[in-house]
Ligand binder design. Structure first.
Ligand SMILES: [Zn+2]
Length: 184
């Protein structure tokens, strides 16, 4: 395992070097990656909403966007907020999509705080494959809860697929804590 030293970076070390590596912020491994970037069954973020919440690991459904657990979490409770529409670029979102992605992101933070009391979050979108998007064709916002010292084990977590039973448990807890009015 290659670890990065804070001494290799300019500026003030903030402890995020090993986690906040955008090239690793992919949703899925290569075997699940869409071939051509087209909408439809080839795109996981288009396909997931047609599944049950349990099968799709969906935590909440809004009017134009939904919240799903990342299959390859960097931390327990790593969520993705996706518009239903197959859109790649943030500037292509409609106003209602911008508003709901934002409001679902805020509710996701509140729910994860209530369930697992993280000390902080990383929020963000990777725009384009060059910027680290695993599925560049369908925009998704990461909501990653953070705890002090979690970067010590994250490189290991990031390389191993989480057990489906654990993801299922996490989904159940987060969905139960999601406010009813926001379920859409
Ligand atoms: Zn899609």
């Amino acid at each position: 395992m290659v670890t990065e030293s804070a001494d290799d970076f300019a500026g003030v070390p903030d402890g995020f070097e090993r986690l906040w590596t955008p090239h690793r912020m992919a949703y899925l491994g290569g075997q699940d990656k869409p071939v051509d970037g087209a909408a439809g069954d080839g795109c996981p973020f288009c396909r997931i909403p047609s599944l049950s919440d349990e099968a799709g690991l969906i935590v909440a459904r809004g009017a134009v966007a939904y919240v799903v657990l990342n299959l390859y979490p960097y931390n327990s409770g790593h969520l993705l907020v996706c518009p239903y529409r197959h859109v790649a670029d943030y500037t292509e979102l409609t106003e209602p999509e911008v508003a709901e992605v934002a409001s679902l992101t805020r509710t996701a933070m509140q729910v994860v705080r209530a369930v697992s009391a993280p000390q902080g979050f990383n929020l963000g979108m990777n725009q384009g494959e060059v910027a680290g998007a695993g599925i560049a064709a369908h925009l998704h916002q990461h909501v990653v809860p953070r705890w002090g010292g979690d970067s010590n084990f994250l490189p290991i977590v990031a390389r191993s697929r989480a057990l489906p039973e654990l993801l299922s448990d996490t989904r159940t807890r987060l969905a139960a804590a999601w406010p009813t009015a926001s379920k859409g």
